[in-house]
Design a protein around this ligand. Structure first.
Ligand code: UD1
Length: 418
């Protein structure tokens, strides 16, 4: 069990560089299974989900070489297994991408039930619906998912729920299907564009990634590919929120404005000022934060993954804010810990939270319950009076690469202990 120890209230000055996007990286890595060859992936974030994805690929027979701390070469010419380690796949949710990519490659795979943060039901019915529509037989039981297909055939699939995971996973399987597949009501998140660019770079024919309708022509010959994982929009948003609370001309480098527009506009609305020059955003502490209403939505709406981090910001707003969480039904667990620190939040229903501010936060022992909830506690600890110990910090390390050094370099007092 790792613990973060943070002493709050130090102003943050200097530059933080944003790492590659977790949710793009965990899809790009298994995408390499779609070819028999060598791929290079640049700008991988230094996070545990990436390491676990690599271990799963190695377990299937891939040969991985780390060229630098953030660049990897993956040789998939000797994939010789169709069963992925149940222990590893059950540790994080994005392990489900092995199903689509192996279906696309060999038409057969068995994995443990994907794990990940407990944010409610989180079914994978849309993934399964897509695989079955392409002709695969999918069996779920005894903690395992097995999928197989003699032949996959392209078809039109309507996603009943907008899901990044289901969109990418079905795109992977469709690469190995005969003919054209159309995904309607696809998710439009930028990570899908990053993954599709990689596949296109390898020779795939994909049109419309980043829109509601994606068309994939299957069975195109694929060759070795290179891709750079683009900067993480959720990590960017988290550091911007930290800057609004503690920044002293804090510079955040690696911003793609279009990816975080919903957050930037919301911050402007509540009185937070920042400047953007190229890919760098400069921000200082905002003295008068206005309360607001936030509703989480699929991209380009306000991201659910920033809902918990911005909750901490709103504990410092002058008045009553309401947050409506429309994607998950169990994403306010962090508020129990925030309230212990002095926040005044009230869960009004499984989808609605009230935050009253401003409240003084005090350092104490708290426990991270999930990745972004952990981030909300980290932000709270940085603005709290005194010392905070965050237990279960593994959650935070799953999504925030080099977080300790990044924060230390700009002046935060933060350590990690076992
Ligand atoms: C992605 C992100 C996650 C983010 C989420 C919403 C990855 C690896 N994860 O997850 O960090 O929080 O987008 O922006 O990219 N759902 C179904 N059936 C399905 C799939 C999803 O009903 O087959 C529903 C879930 O119950 C939930 C919502 O869709 O309400 C999102 O589900 P989840 O699977 O977490 O979303 P992804 O889009 O894959």
């Amino acid at each position: 069990m790792e613990k973060l120890v943070i002493t709050g209230k130090t102003p943050l000055k200097g530059e933080v560089t944003i790492s590659g996007a977790k949710n793009a990286a965990v899809a790009i890595l298994p995408a390499t299974l779609l070819i028999d060859g060598v791929c290079t992936i640049e700008n991988l974030p230094n996070i545990s989900d990436v390491k676990k994805s690599c271990e799963i690929l190695e377990g299937l027979g891939a040969k991985i070489t780390w060229n630098t701390k953030n660049e990897i070469t993956i040789d998939t010419r000797n994939i010789n297994k169709t069963e992925a380690s149940e222990e590893l796949t059950s540790k994080f949710r994005a392990s489900y991408y092995i199903i689509g990519s192996m279906l696309g490659r060999t038409g057969k795979i068995s994995v443990g039930m994907p794990g990940g943060c407990q944010l409610g039901a989180r079914p994978i019915d849309q993934h399964i619906k897509g695989f079955e529509a392409l002709g695969a037989k999918v069996e779920v039981g005894q903690g395992k998912i097995s999928a197989s297909a003699e032949k996959l055939v392209g078809t039109s699939i309507y996603m009943d729920v907008v899901s990044v995971g289901a969109t990418i996973n079905v795109m992977f399987a469709a690469i190995g299907a005969e003919g054209t597949t159309v995904i309607e009501n696809a998710a439009m998140e930028p990570e899908i564009v990053n993954v599709a660019s990689f596949l296109i770079n390898m020779g795939a024919k994909i049109r419309g990634a980043g829109t509601k309708r994606i068309e994939i022509e299957g069975k195109c010959p694929l060759d070795e590919g290179v891709i750079e994982v683009f900067p993480d929009r959720i990590e960017s948003g988290t550091y911007i929120i930290i800057g609004a609370l503690l920044g002293n001309n804090l510079k955040i480098k690696g911003i793609i404005r279009e990816h975080i527009e919903s957050l930037l506009i919301k911050l402007k609305e509540i009185g937070v000022h920042y400047e953007i020059d190229g890919d760098t955003l400069t921000i200082s502490k905002c003295e008068h934060i206005k309360p607001t209403y936030i509703k989480t939505l699929a991209f380009p709406g306000f991201p659910t993954d920033l809902q918990q981090p911005i909750t901490t910001l709103l504990t410092q707003a002058n008045g009553r804010s309401i947050i409506e969480e429309t994607i998950y039904e169990n994403r306010f667990k962090n508020t129990v810990e925030l309230n212990k620190m002095g926040a005044d939040t009230k869960v009004l229903s499984i989808h609605k939270l009230e935050v009253n501010g401003p409240t003084k936060l005090n350092g104490m022992d708290v426990t991270a319950t999930d990745l972004r909830g952990g981030a909300s506690l980290l932000i709270a600890a940085l603005i709290a009076e005194g010392k905070t110990n965050i237990d279960n910090s593994e959650y935070i390390l799953r999504g925030y690469g080099d977080v300790i050094n990044k924060l230390k370099n700009v002046g935060a007092k933060i350590e990690i202990t076992e």
